[in-house]
Write a new protein. Sequence first.
Length: 180
Amino acid sequence: MPRPATKSDLIDVATENYSMLSLLISNLTEVELNTPFDFLKDKKKKEAHWARDKNLRDVLVHLYEWHRLILNWINSNQNGVERPFLPLLYNWKTYGDMNMEFWRKHQKTSLKEATKLLRRSHDDVLKLAESFTNEELFSKSVFKWTGGTTLSSYFVSATSSHYDWAMKKLKAHQKSCKSK
């Protein structure tokens, strides 16, 4: 599907991808749920996240933490507290370290809690997106704090694009489980 160009598209694609992710998760077998992720043999999977995430919980809390990033960023800036999208310790070259920190933070979070956290944060992100107009979402430089990009690009990144990423990872895990 093409990148959303309207608020309605943005909400629809995020909702659809979240639903597809939820369906994929609900269809995971016990073996798939209980087998640790292992992508080390696949030389094409070089990015750090392939080694970082070991199970479904890790994927869900990653999505949750990226929801928290956008929620905190927008709420702070709308309330007059300027802050960048990424926490001050990180930038777009070092955000992998931030993702590892998220991973460490949630090693004691249960899958059940991770599922609840993600469901709530997904709803909160969509509710926040709904509060903006098409112009606010899709015009560059409407808000000083978005820099030269659109607010919608952050919403797409934190929702539908990230859900695509999660589905690819889960499907790769399913395939890995079947080949064992």
